[in-house]
Design a protein around this ligand. Structure first.
Ligand SMILES: Nc1ncnc2c1ncn2[C@@H]1O[C@H](COP(=O)(O)OP(=O)(O)OP(=O)(O)O)[C@@H](O)[C@H]1O
Ligand SMILES: [Mg+2]
Length: 244
């Protein structure tokens, strides 16, 4: 089983959108996938609330009692913050989640994709500590490289101070508009700075992401022919099979 935490301390860079599209894309490829919503905002939970399994015979009992089935091969462990306001003192139960990861592995799950909040608080730390890999989404902005260096430093701190073994899986550019010259320039800059740590797949800006999220489904459900669905399909292939 492989586990990926979507992390970036910067807000609104596409962590949740990448979590749910990556997870759904992997499930469509035939794998068994859990979305773990570790953001008290509960956005991944809300962004998938319109999804129901096509096959009504989703397994029950054992770990499945805690999971919500979304599609064939796709489940979510919802964030408690999606249904009620959590007090700032509420922290995730690392031991229970660690046990869940083991149980998922025993149950034959292939992937766990974890949506982290835009902070390295108890929730963000738990997400990174539970996973083997960290995937960093960034927007092609002027300060992208600066924010990225801070995040890479934070990750190093989590590894040395909290016993995490999470490796950087890669950086993915989100909300890219190829028609904007400065964004093309920033992308070229990121490519030369990051080399193979930058995914070749780029997620372009597509207004349909907001529409799909408001219906509680992904673009693979809402509009398979959209630019956004194509971009995440490419990212899924790159993660599964490497660079084309
Ligand atoms: N490629 C894209 N094109 C257009 N809109 C997008 C794209 N990706 C995400 N969005 C939209 O941008 C907003 C922020 O995205 P998202 O919630 O995924 O970011 P986030 O990093 O999880 O935010 P937060 O830090 O608050 O958790 C959402 O409204 C989402 O629908
Ligand atoms: Mg989010």
């Amino acid at each position: 089983m492989r586990s990926i935490a979507l992390a970036n301390q910067k807000g609104g860079v596409g962590k949740t959108t990448t979590t749910v599209h990556l997870a759904h894309g992997l499930a469509l490829a035939g794998d068994r996938v859990l979305v773990l919503d570790l953001d008290p905002q509960g956005n991944a939970t809300l962004a998938t609330q319109g999804m129901k399994p096509d096959d009504a015979t989703a397994p029950e009992g054992g770990i499945y009692d805690a999971l919500q089935p979304l599609r064939d091969g796709l489940w979510i462990l919802p964030s408690p913050g999606a249904s009620r306001n959590l007090s700032p003192q509420t922290v995730p139960d690392f031991g229970r989640l660690h046990g869940l990861m083991q149980a998922l592995e025993d149950e034959g799950f292939d992937w766990v994709v974890v949506d982290c909040p835009p902070r390295m608080d108890a929730w963000g730390l738990t997400g990174v500590r539970l996973c083997q890999h960290v995937l960093l989404p960034i927007q092609p902005e002027f300060f992208a490289m600066h924010g990225l260096s801070q995040m890479l430093e934070t990750l190093e701190g989590v590894r040395s101070e909290h016993g995490s073994c999470a490796e950087l899986l890669g950086v993915v550019v989100t909300m890219f508009d190829p028609k904007v010259p400065v964004e093309r320039e920033i992308l070229a800059n990121l490519r030369s700075n990051l080399g193979s740590r930058l995914f070749r797949s780029i997620v372009e800006r597509d207004p349909r992401f907001v529409e799909a999220a408001s219906h509680g489904v992904t673009l693979f459900d809402y509009c398979l022919e959209s630019k956004g669905a194509r971009c995440y399909g490419e990212l899924v292939r790159e993660i599964c099979y490497g660079r084309a």
